[in-house]
Design a protein around this ligand. Structure first.
Ligand SMILES: [Zn+2]
Length: 309
């Protein structure tokens, strides 16, 4: 059993308001620890291809087609080729990366992913009688650049809703999106009644995603800087076109003459409640009256005490 520090023995997760307990010697719960390690931020998460598909189709791909011959795009594609494509061609090469063990060596983790992207596994299509294998080609520089631009526009124009921040989280997200362009190897596959086939794939490491994201951001900085305003223009044009559809289809009702003002029922003011009469004026007793009242009280008292005894 691994050593478990008593310091972290029974503690809540260090993230504010998180109700879960920490795990192992980590100050975080399982969810926040995974977020930090794999996505670069404890609230980080995967960007899904489906969320980027509209951007890719309507904004990024038309942009890249229009500026395909521009020297800036050619240079950006060359940088993508150099960073994300060429190292993966050589499957035999093992980067040194400080000589650390595989899981602590981001260079080697990244090389494994780049090799996979260049030698993607075939996809089996199950057909009764004859199964076919669909071969997907190796990843290209154009796909890499398009994916980076999709992630960039999605995060920058999302108003901070799509990722926790546009620093580390965005770097990790770029790496993970590129790794997801080709299927990873299958960890297990099961058939669940009522749900069908469930395939679990190996999750690429966070360190590899960070390294690739950092390299690409660093190399493409000038290109992203000048491409973003143009992409945002295109996105706004598409959004504006959609906004025109919000004009009402049915003509508004014709305005008739001013209707007779209905006499509003006059609400009578509530009658004032009779003010409670002040305490009745008491005439001060004269000395004689006070003496008689005193004697009456004494008599009353004497009679009561004689009755009780
Ligand atoms: Zn937590």
């Amino acid at each position: 059993m691994p050593y478990r520090s008593p310091f972290y023995g029974t503690r809540l997760c260090s993230i504010k308001m998180c109700p879960r307990m920490n795990v192992g010697n980590s100050p975080f719960c399982t969810r926040h620890r995974k977020g930090l390690a794999v996505f670069g931020h404890h609230e980080g998460h995967q960007l899904v291809s489906r969320d980027l598909s509209e951007l890719r189709r309507d904004v990024v791909m038309p942009f890249l087609r229009e500026h395909a011959d521009a020297p800036a795009t050619v240079a950006a594609l060359a940088a993508c080729e150099r960073i994300a494509i060429i190292p993966g061609k050589d499957a035999e090469f093992v980067p040194w990366g400080g000589g650390k063990k595989l899981r602590k060596n981001p260079e080697r983790l990244l090389h494994r992913e780049l090799v996979r992207l260049q030698h993607p596994p075939g996809k089996v299509r199950r057909n009764p009688g004859h199964d076919t294998v669909k071969q997907v080609g190796p990843l290209t520089a154009l796909e890499v650049l398009a994916e980076i631009l999709c992630v960039w526009v999605n995060v920058w124009s999302g108003g901070g809703r799509n990722l926790p921040d546009d620093g580390k989280s965005l770097t990790y997200a770029i790496g993970h999106r590129i790794f997801a362009l080709r299927p990873a190897s299958i960890r297990y596959s099961v058939w669940i009644e009522g749900k069908g086939q469930v395939i679990s794939r190996r999750m690429p490491g966070g360190q590899a995603a960070r390294l690739l994201g950092e390299r690409l951001r660093e190399a493409l900085k000038p290109y992203l800087g000048q491409a973003y305003p143009l992409l945002e223009e295109r996105r706004m044009a598409a959004a504006l076109q959609q906004n025109h559809m919000r004009t009402p289809l049915r003509p508004p009702k014709p305005v008739t003459a001013e209707p007779e003002p209905t006499p509003s029922p006059v609400i009578a003011p509530r009658p004032l409640a009779p003010s409670p009469a002040g305490p009745p004026a008491v005439r001060p007793m004269t000395a004689e009256e006070r003496r008689l009242a005193y004697l009456r009280d004494r008599e009353e008292e004497a009679r009561r005490s004689s009755q009780s005894s």
